[in-house]
Unconditional design. Structure first.
Length: 222
């Protein structure tokens, strides 16, 4: 199953995410508030400006710290920011906590949109979380192997069998990356959190390949 998260205005995005995962909490889950890490990329090959990359790192750190201060170990919330668009994944004890988490992140400087994928449910087991980590690694490796997309253009996050794909990509790249992700064992669903760009824009922001240096010519004197 594949879902596409469309761009929402900030008030709407804060109020509700693209997908609401419902559940009943039977006990408070052990909580870890952290940052969901995407693929490490070089600044030179990232499609965000260097300033935006720094802003995204700052958003993740500030949001994680504020969530930790609010919830302690009562919830497990991961924050992933790409181009100032924030994906929230993990689990919280109640709908009220979910709303609080959205409010806290919305108050972080430079956040322009929130995609809320928090579940109101118990935290998954360590084994399940480890399986998600493995799935993410496999999706990233498959994107590297796919010669028709740039793996550095994507951030990949997996939670409870759902793989989230983020990035500034063309429709062609979005469809291809979705196809790659869906082929990976353990991926139950793909949610696309893309910012779509045109092929023309991609051509403008893609660095030109380095030209090989011309061989030095031999000179002979008479």
């Amino acid at each position: 199953m594949t879902l596409t998260v469309r761009t929402l205005s900030r008030p709407l995005a804060v109020a509700a995410g693209a997908v609401v995962l419902s559940g009943v909490l039977s006990a408070c889950a052990p909580l870890v508030v952290g940052t969901a890490m995407g693929t490490s990329v070089l600044v030179a090959t990232d499609r965000r400006t260097s300033g935006t990359q720094l802003e995204d790192q700052g958003i993740e750190l500030r949001a994680a710290n504020r969530l930790r201060d609010q919830f302690g170990d009562r919830a497990r919330v991961s924050v992933t920011s790409y181009n100032r668009r924030v994906l929230l994944t993990g689990e919280v004890p109640s709908e009220a906590d979910r709303a609080t988490a959205n409010r806290i992140v919305a108050g972080v400087e430079n956040v322009r949109e929130i995609v809320d994928e928090l579940g109101v449910m118990s935290s998954p087991s360590f084994t399940a979380r480890s399986a998600d980590t493995l799935v993410t690694a496999r999706v990233k490796a498959a994107l590297v192997d796919a010669r028709d997309v740039s793996a550095n253009a994507f951030k990949v996050v997996t939670e409870r069998g759902t793989t989230y794909l983020m990035g500034r990509v063309t429709q062609r790249e979005a469809d291809r990356a979705t196809e790659v992700a869906r082929s990976i064992p353990g991926v139950q669903r793909v949610v696309r959190v893309f910012e779509l760009i045109s092929e023309e824009e991609l051509a403008r922001i893609t660095p030109a390949p380095a030209q090989p240096a011309a061989p030095a010519g031999n000179t002979t004197g008479r």
